[in-house]
Design a protein around this ligand. Structure first.
Ligand code: GUN
Length: 291
């Protein structure tokens, strides 16, 4: 069997085009352009790239972006003071503090400072707490996990009663995606570095979300025939045939797993583009909620 590709580029483009139309309509209705503030602390090259793409995507959708760069030496108080300033700024509807923060800064304290109505990343402890509780609604769903759920929806698979396995328990992807799958009535197993006999656990999955950060770790013989595989990993592997000297691969050995799965996301072009689309969606929602 050759799996059907879940095309994140196409899905993200459709969402971004709808958002652009909605933003234009919102502005034509006499409202100010939605605004997203990005906060980047230090000079992590990957974070710089991510923040730049988020700002570019805002521009294309008609959303104003306000970039704030603090040096890696910024103190906890300086970062929190900036967040408080953005909380008070009516032009700013969403605040995104790019993670990870440099060592020495208390990430949870910074995230807790963000006004929850502006928490477009959904990482405020109150938003995450609500996500984890039955009958409670977070104001915002974290962008990458949200993107994974939209891609699962694209396949038409019934999540209710499905066995889902999540590889990885990070605050940014693994844990929130597991919580979303539980909310969709899947039976969820979360695996991590201490999980025993990982291939046997993965083999049970009707839905597999891999977010562990290890290049091509999930092999073809780990995967149940007909499973839906969402690969969140973005790993660089050396490749002398490429001009950059590397290529990007996921956490899943794509060529092997595509022969077994029913649906699979490619890397690049799967989950990656969805993160930004969902961020734009959350920012527009924040603007509309602020009225
Ligand atoms: N670092 C990696 N992914 C993300 C994300 O979705 N949001 C933020 N703020 N930081 C990240």
């Amino acid at each position: 069997m050759t799996a059907q590709l879940i095309d994140g580029v196409k899905t993200a483009e459709r969402i971004r085009s709808n958002i652009k139309d909605e933003v234009a309509e919102w502005i034509a209705g006499g409202n100010p352009a939605p605004g997203l503030a990005t906060v980047l602390v230090g000079e992590n090259p990957a974070s710089q790239v991510y923040v730049r793409s988020k700002q570019k995507a805002c521009g294309e959708a008609g959303i104003e972006s306000y970039g704030f760069n603090l040096p890696g030496t910024a103190t906890q108080e300086e970062v929190e003071a900036l967040v408080r300033q953005l909380n008070a700024d009516p032009k700013v509807n969403g605040i995104l503090v790019q993670l990870p923060l440099p060592a020495g800064l208390d990430e949870e304290k910074v995230l807790r400072e963000i006004k929850i109505e502006k928490d477009v990343d959904g990482f405020h402890p109150l938003n995450i707490g609500r996500l984890a509780q039955k009958g409670r609604e977070p104001l915002f769903i974290p962008c990458t996990p949200y993107g994974c759920m939209v891609l699962l929806e694209e396949t038409g698979i019934k999540l209710s009663g499905a066995k889902a396995v999540v590889l990885g328990r990070s605050n940014i992807v693994g844990m929130p995606v597991a919580l979303l799958l539980v909310r969709a009535d899947a039976t969820v197993t979360i695996c991590h570095s201490r999980t025993k006999d990982l291939p046997a656990v993965v083999c049970e999955a009707d839905v597999l979300v891999a977010a562990i950060g290890k290049a091509e770790m999930v092999r073809g013989d780990w995967v149940k025939p007909g499973a839906v595989v969402i690969d969140v990993g973005i790993n660089r592997v050396e490749d002398a045939s490429k001009t950059k000297g590397y290529r990007l691969v996921g956490d899943v050995a794509f060529d092997e797993v595509k022969e077994v799965a029913a649906f699979i996301t490619p890397v690049p072009g799967g989950v990656g583009p969805m993160t930004i689309a969902m961020l734009l969606q959350n920012t527009l929602r924040a603007a509309k909620m602020s009225k």
